[in-house]
Design a protein around this ligand. Structure first.
Ligand SMILES: [Zn+2]
Length: 728
């Protein structure tokens, strides 16, 4: 996409330097003036009517107000903090409960502090759809993480209620008590209990002050026993699926300019703690050659980790443990972080040593979508760590603290969510837009725990700068609206596609159609138009993305071509004219060749970005244009490709070509030497001379042309015996 297509507040990082002022001025407003959305209800009566019909008062205005209200419910005075069952968490639960009841849900708290809201459907045997997110926060948090998923679900159901459609299916909304794991250093306490995967031993874990989880619940008048914990699990047969909406917590959606994305899967995680011990000593007296310094060793290990995670292929290709698919997956999804480091005794004049069992310790957080690949990285990393520690004569202990496998989202649910996100944006803008992006999630979510119970699907909502777990976290009001509309569209599609026969029969009786079998007829029709197979859908999406990408590229090329033609009209110097002509010809050829690829039989694989990646994506259209303009059909002379280098800097690219033979190049482009006579022996010996004359005539200036004319005439009429006299 070109920058013209991106709302002001969503300028890609790479352009921030140039557009800083406009970025700041537009991002300071919480309401977007983006072209992606209609006016926010002030310009015309027509727009106001449309805004009302899109439930903006529920899905945007009320949802934003509730997010702000919930954001003020904190255990701290000057920042947001709500941990498992803290006083603020209990107050937040009460507030959310009021909102759930306002949307027509029956509510209750379970014995792990999860808040449930349920629409009592007309068919009690119908499977339930779960929608949820978490109400706890990290320390010094933003107001959208977790809360947006809960409030969007409640708003969507409230809008459905105002449409008179609520009550057609069982739709519990769950507000999970703990996801972040701040208080007990154990994530997904709430959702794991509902999924039935929380071990009973979790009741005895304690927080920093030594209070156990069971005691914390008891302090809030909740009695939990091992038996009652097991009873919290939903019966898998009674659940149809789980949907979670969450802020992206990464910069990719902001780059694409689209407010919503479907999540393809959630990366698996491994957390480790590495302890390095050496020999403690005086900073001034121990010679460098005699030191066993664990700090310097730790530094080398951290750099090794970064190197391995940036270039997994270089470390893992030789071992044969990873196939090409795994290596490719790691190349695009592996992320590693050292977020915490501590030393003892932590003094400027002491070499840290062996005391207190933790002389230098650091954490490693490693995530990838491919579980086999993640294991291979952990194995390789451990091997390399031990080797380095041996070489440095320090000891290392590696402890694996946490492991979670990757979770792939369900194709069918993702397909429904994709349609819902598309419908939401289309309803808001009234225009057809690009396909909904498909992202991987590098962050963990409750959906990981619930995947043990049922199939899961997720939607991401863009957030400013990709910033999360910070008070700077921000979602535009209109994006909150898009999220609510997507939930509403999803719920409506759920009713359309999964209409229960009994329910359908009642629904039709209610609407006055007195045909008892109408439900069966309608169901038959629906089945025919049911969701296409996931594989078909995927192919269509890929083909569409490819054709959209080509379209954008072709537009860019056409603009380049137009400008080159204008330059051609004003250029005077022959070399410039020749250069422009050659570029025009190249561009025309590229456009013609690529037009045939616009609708490929099978679309190429498009890499899927990881949501937490800090690296901005390369716009395929722009990069193609750059390459096309740089393309040289044939170089002046031969080069050695293996010795050539490309250096990419923020504002320029330096390409160094290595000549195969020494010598001067007058031009990068290959140029036929027209002054050299053609020595083909088969030809008439005079033909080479004639070609040379012809070339010189064509390339020459007026004087040259007159001289050649004269020599030619003289030679023809015998005025001279030397036809080339003028050139010697
Ligand atoms: Zn979250």
């Amino acid at each position: 996409m070109t920058t013209a297509g991106i709302p002001h507040s969503y300028i890609p990082f790479s352009l921030l330097f140039f557009l800083l002022s406009s970025t700041l001025s537009s991002s300071s407003s919480s309401s977007s003036s983006s072209h992606l959305y209609p006016g926010t209800g002030t310009e015309t009566a027509e727009k106001e009517g449309k805004t009302r019909s899109l439930h903006s008062e529920i899905l945007r205005d009320e949802a934003v107000a509730r997010l702000n209200d919930l954001g003020k419910v904190s255990d701290a005075d000057d920042y947001l903090e709500r941990t498992f069952m803290s006083p603020a968490s209990v107050r937040a639960g009460t507030l959310i409960r009021e909102w759930m009841e306002d949307a027509g849900l029956r509510t209750w708290f379970d014995s792990m502090g999860n808040l449930h809201g349920r629409v009592e459907g007309m068919n009690p045997s119908a499977q339930a759809l779960l929608i949820g997110s978490h109400m706890d926060t990290v320390v010094d948090a933003g107001i959208f993480d977790g809360s947006l998923g809960i409030i969007s679900a409640i708003s969507g159901l409230k809008a459905l209620k105002s449409n008179g459609k609520l009550g057609e299916l069982k739709r519990p909304v769950i507000s999970f008590s703990d996801e972040e794991g701040v208080r007990f250093q154990s994530t997904f306490l709430g959702s794991a209990a509902v999924a039935g995967v929380l071990p009973v031993t979790a009741l005895n874990i304690s927080d920093k002050s030594g209070v156990t989880l069971q005691d914390v619940l008891k302090g809030n008048s909740i009695e939990i026993t091992e038996e009652s914990l097991l009873e919290l699990k939903y019966d898998p047969a009674s659940v149809w699926g789980y949907v979670e909406l969450h802020i992206e917590q990464g910069p990719v959606l902001e780059w694409t300019g689209f407010p919503l994305a479907v999540v393809k899967g959630i990366a698996g995680q491994t957390r480790m703690k590495v302890t390095v011990r050496g020999s403690q000593g005086h900073a001034g007296t121990v010679p460098m050659s005699m030191r066993r310094d664990p700090m310097a060793a730790a530094a080398e290990l951290i750099v090794l980790l970064e190197c391995l995670c940036k270039h997994p292929r270089e470390f893992l290709s030789d071992g044969g443990n990873c196939n090409e698919h795994t290596l490719e997956s790691l190349s695009t999804s592996l992320v590693c972080t050292v977020g915490e480091i501590s030393t003892w005794p932590s003094a400027s004049n002491v070499i840290p040593g062996q005391a207190r069992n933790y002389s230098v310790t650091f954490t490693v957080d490693l995530r990838a979508i491919d579980d086999v690949g993640r294991e291979a990285v952990v194995y390789e990393l451990s091997n390399q760590i031990y080797k380095i520690c041996d070489r440095r004569s320090v000891s290392c202990i590696i402890e694996r603290k946490h492991d979670a496998n990757a979770v792939m989202c369900d194709h069918e649910l993702s397909s429904l969510l994709r349609s819902a996100a598309y419908t939401a944006v289309q309803r808001m803008t009234g225009e057809i837009h690009e396909e909904v992006p498909l992202l991987m999630s590098g962050a963990g979510h409750d959906a990981m725990a619930i995947s043990h119970l049922t199939k899961v699907g997720m939607l991401f909502v863009r957030c400013r700068g990709g910033i999360s777990h910070s008070p700077e976290e921000h979602v535009l009001d209109d994006d909150v609206w898009a999220a609510g509309l997507a939930v509403l569209a999803f719920l409506e599609s759920h009713i359309l596609y999964y209409l229960d026969i009994t329910l359908d029969y009642f629904a039709n009786l209610k609407s006055g159609v007195e045909t008892p079998n109408y439900g069966w007829v309608l169901l038959g029709a629906l089945l025919k138009t049911r969701i296409p197979s996931p594989a078909d859908d995927e192919k269509k999406l890929r083909a569409h993305q490819f054709s959209q990408g080509w379209k954008r590229m072709a537009e860019e090329l056409a603009l380049d071509l137009e400008e080159l033609k204008k330059l051609q009209c004003i250029a005077k110097r022959p070399r410039i004219l020749s250069f422009i002509f050659s570029e025009i010809r190249n561009l025309e050829k590229t456009l013609k060749d690529d037009a045939n690829r616009a609708s490929p039989a099978t679309a190429p694989q498009i890499p899927i970005p990881i949501a937490t990646s800090a690296k901005a994506l390369v716009n395929p259209a722009l990069s193609y244009v750059t390459l096309a303009l740089c393309a040289i059909p044939k170089l002046n002379k031969e080069i050695k490709p293996e010795k050539c280098k490309v250096i990419v800097k923020p504002t320029r690219v330096i390409i160094t070509l290595f000549k195969a033979c020494k010598g001067n190049w007058s031009d990068l482009h290959y140029k036929e030497d027209k002054l050299k006579p053609n020595l083909d022996k088969e030809r008439d010996p005079m033909a080479g001379i004639m070609d040379l004359m012809k070339n010189m005539y064509e390339e020459g200036d007026e004087d040259m042309k007159r001289t050649i004319d004269k020599a030619w005439t003289d030679a023809r009429y015998g005025n001279t015996g030397d036809s080339l006299k003028g050139f010697r």
